[in-house]
Design a protein around this ligand. Structure first.
Ligand code: MHF
Ligand code: KIV
Ligand code: MG
Length: 292
């Protein structure tokens, strides 16, 4: 039977953390499902890892709906959530509802929106309409051009305070889950402590209730991955089922709290912060002087 939101809460209550991976097609969905990955995210990262674009901005609601239907057909057990892409919800709560319905009808069990207090009215309308919502704060990839690159967020106290306040606004609006991306460990811990949402980290903290990675990153297919990426293909043995083994290992390490280690989060270890795109982490723009 397909995993429900309450089944995820029950797993957490039993002291086990939640594993999430992005997934975009039925073939991988079947293997990740067999590996015991709790939740599959049809991320707008598909614009980059599937479509080969240099940001997530061109991804459309139709793109996400198509890939959601593919994933749902491949996975019988995993909880499935889908990203609402750039421009599909910012206009109004009515626009958000219209487009969330498209993803739910494609088979998603939850939709994910980047943003904080400014999208609270939309989160409210979705949840009142019976659509479970996952928020997404910290580094919001759809804001890449405003941010000047894929940069760690919340290093200044005022920014950290705003991120915590945004998380609380998202919770008050009715969201059930929250992705926290690329913030210092201490900021992610504040969000986890100051909300009751199920928190899912990526470059955030081992204190989160779960972790997410982009599938292509954990399979070692990304040229110059971010610091928070762990390549789970490194340790597989030659049984002919390498992806299944890698995904199983990831699920076990997340569940037990082994991943992420200090080397996969920001602000706990010193060292290189070379970006995914070398010295320039902004699509189409030179960005010297990346943050540390
Ligand atoms: N393959 C892939 N993996 C992702 O995790 C991902 C995407 N694509 N596309 C959309 C966003 C973009 N993301 C990114 C991309 C780069 C960094 C990165 O290189 N971070 C630097 C720190 C940069 C700084 O603060 O100076 C790092 O070294 O980790 C982080 C998140 C996360 N998302
Ligand atoms: C990295 C995750 C959280 C995401 O939003 C995506 O893959 O689009
Ligand atoms: Mg996304």
């Amino acid at each position: 039977m397909r995993t429900s939101l309450s089944a995820l809460r029950k797993k957490l209550a039993n002291g086990r953390k939640l594993s999430m991976l992005t997934c975009y097609d039925a073939g991988f969905a079947r293997v990740l499902d067999e590996a015991g990955i709790d939740t599959l995210l049809i991320g707008d990262s598909l614009g980059m890892v599937v479509q080969g674009r240099d940001s997530t901005l061109p991804v459309t609601i139709q793109d996400i709906a198509y890939h959601t239907a593919c994933v749902v057909r491949g996975a019988a057990n995993a909880f499935v959530l889908a990203d609402m892409p750039f421009g599909s919800y910012q206009e109004s709560p009515a626009q958000a509802l219209h487009n969330a319905v498209i993803l739910m009808q494609a088979g998603a069990q939850m939709v994910k929106l980047e943003g904080g207090a400014e999208i609270a009215p939309s989160i409210e309308l979705l949840t009142r309409s019976g659509i479970p919502v996952c928020g997404h704060i910290g580094l919001m990839p759809s804001h890449v051009h405003a941010l000047g690159g894929f940069r760690v967020q919340g290093k200044e106290t005022a920014d950290a305070d705003r991120i915590v306040a945004d998380a609380q606004a998202v919770e008050a609006a009715g969201a059930a889950m929250l992705v926290i991306e690329a913030v210092p460990d201490a900021v992610a811990r504040r969000v986890c402590n100051d909300t009751t949402l199920m928190t899912i980290g990526i470059g955030a903290s081992a204190a989160c209730d779960g972790q997410v990675l982009v599938l292509h990153d954990m399979l070692g297919l990304t040229h110059s991955p971010a610091k928070f990426v762990k390549n789970y293909m490194v340790d597989v043995s030659g049984g002919g089922d390498a992806v299944l083994q890698a995904a199983r290992r990831y699920a076990q390490e997340v569940e037990s709290g082994v991943f992420p280690g200090a080397e996969h989060v920001y602000g706990l270890t010193s060292g290189s912060v070379a970006g995914l795109y070398g010295s320039s982490a902004t699509p189409g723009t030179a960005t010297p002087g990346a943050a540390t």
